[in-house]
Design a protein around this ligand. Structure first.
Ligand SMILES: NC(=O)c1ccc[n+]([C@@H]2O[C@H](COP(=O)([O-])OP(=O)(O)OC[C@H]3O[C@@H](n4cnc5c(N)ncnc54)[C@H](O)[C@@H]3O)[C@@H](O)[C@H]2O)c1
Length: 422
């Protein structure tokens, strides 16, 4: 079996490294974060989708080894780069990809394969990673070594569609590279989807995320109008969803978060503007609407409290859920954090419960982290359900709360008057 290196042991890289190890590759899970590597080596998984048992199995049988020591990259056969692609002052920041590529190039041997998995704009593999690898290694892509791109579709918390079950898009810079890329993933995923070039694969990922971002924005904008029009948007979405073709269901919420939706579409709009000098208006609009949702949540809460002759200032408010989506501990870019910030600015006494988000995650000074208990719910002047984790006790919330703004339509609605939908 081959020697695989997965560079980046985060939400996307760790599941891939463990899957490669289980497929029989001798796998190095490389990360620059030495503390993360230390914890992984101790069998402590920071990703809910990779259980401690699974991690300990691959550690024990020696197929997986986390490392932050570059010497462990020697003699790799396949290396996958899956490091962050953030924004820096509104523009793509490829610095993590660059340092990972330079590092791998120092260990690149003829016959080896390098695959980029980070989400990025079309052309990154060909125009950015390829020259770096060639310059540092002195080898030629396509002739001496193989190069490709495969998009990451991991959906944290999804019990049905894991890495193995979800079809995976991939491409190589040449026929041989494509074959090597497909051979690697064919041992890990059920359905490799080979496309003609890395550019197509890169764009396909941005289409997926932009599609989601735009459709969430569409339903969020409708939610804001539907309330004024006195129509239940949720019921209207349910009704539209009865159409068996030509419609896909998206539901309103307090905004978008995570590493993908607030960031990836901007990679696409940035590249469109840079290349053709025009604004990608769908992305601009979706950013604007989804970015406004936390303010809308606060405005709805203010209106509801006003009707109860209360102000946000001085009220005790319990936020349920800090993660950006259900059943994950990922609170990066989470709209819940923006809701918290706005409520703190207005003088709320803010408590927040989220059993998935680590206590060490910064959630804003002044937010008291609590557990969801009957007493917490009873003592709150208002409760805002922001993330619909399965392990929240929804009956308890509905029966004990004075008032709930339910941003996810998760609460039983038979308690007249105390539960309102976003
Ligand atoms: N999280 C998801 O659900 C998801 C889904 C699809 C695609 N992606 C994409 O995958 C990529 C990685 O995202 P993530 O969520 O796994 O990020 P993450 O922040 O969870 O993990 C990234 C890891 O890479 C490490 N790292 C950074 N620079 C490094 C370097 N030069 N060498 C080695 N390690 C380095 C960091 O220490 C961190 O542990 C991004 O491009 C993201 O858009 C993520």
């Amino acid at each position: 079996m081959s020697r695989a290196v997965i560079v980046g042991q985060g939400y996307a890289g760790l599941p891939l490294a463990v899957a490669a190890a289980r497929a029989g590759h001798t796998t190095i899970g490389f990360d620059v974060d030495a503390e993360r590597v230390r914890r992984l080596a101790a069998g402590d998984s920071h990703i809910e989708d990779v259980t401690a048992d699974t991690l300990r199995d691959v550690l024990a049988n020696g197929t997986y080894r986390p490392s932050s020591d570059e010497a462990d990259l020697a003699d790799f056969d396949v290396a996958v780069i899956i490091v962050p692609t953030p924004l820096s002052e509104g523009s793509p920041d490829l610095s993590h990809i660059e340092s990972a590529a330079r590092m791998l190039a120092r260990h690149l041997r003829p016959g080896a394969t390098v695959i980029l998995e980070s989400t990025t704009y079309p052309g990154t593999t060909d125009d950015f990673v390829r020259p770096l690898l060639e310059e540092v290694s002195g080898l030629t892509a396509g002739a001496d070594f193989h190069l490709g791109y495969s998009s990451e579709r991991i959906d944290p918390g999804n019990k049905t569609w894991g890495l193995k079950e979800t079809p995976k898009v991939m491409a190589g810079i040449s026929d041989k590279s494509a074959e090597m890329v497909r051979d690697f993933y064919a041992q890990i995923v059920d359905t490799p989807v080979l496309v003609s070039s890395p550019r197509v694969a890169e764009l396909s990922k941005l289409i997926e995320n932009t599609f989601r971002h735009v459709n969430i924005a569409l339903v969020n904008e409708l939610a804001m109008y539907a309330d004024s029009l006195d129509v239940d948007i949720w019921e209207a979405v349910d009704a539209a969803s009865s159409k068996p073709f030509g419609f896909m269901r998206f539901t309103p919420g307090p905004g978008v978060g995570g590493h993908c939706l607030p960031i990836d579409p901007v990679y696409l709009s940035w590249q469109v503007e840079r290349t053709v000098g025009r604004l990608f208006r769908f992305v601009e609009l979706a950013n604007h609407i989804n970015g406004h949702m936390p303010q809308y949540v606060v405005q709805r809460l203010m209106t509801a409290m006003n009707a109860r002759r209360r102000t946000i200032n001085g009220s005790r408010i319990l936020l349920l859920g800090l993660a950006y989506k259900a059943n994950t501990g990922d609170a990066r870019e989470s709209p819940a954090l923006r809701v918290a910030e706005l409520l703190l600015e207005l003088g709320a006494e803010l408590h927040a419960a989220d059993p998935h988000v680590s206590e060490s995650h910064p959630v804003g000074d002044g937010v008291v982290r609590v557990e969801l208990t009957a007493e917490e719910v009873e003592r709150a002047d208002a409760v805002v359900l922001l993330t619909d984790h399965d392990d929240f006790d929804y009956d308890l919330i509905a029966w004990k709360a004075a008032y709930v703004l339910d941003c996810r339509r998760r609460l039983p609605r038979d308690r007249a008057g105390n539960v309102e939908l976003l």
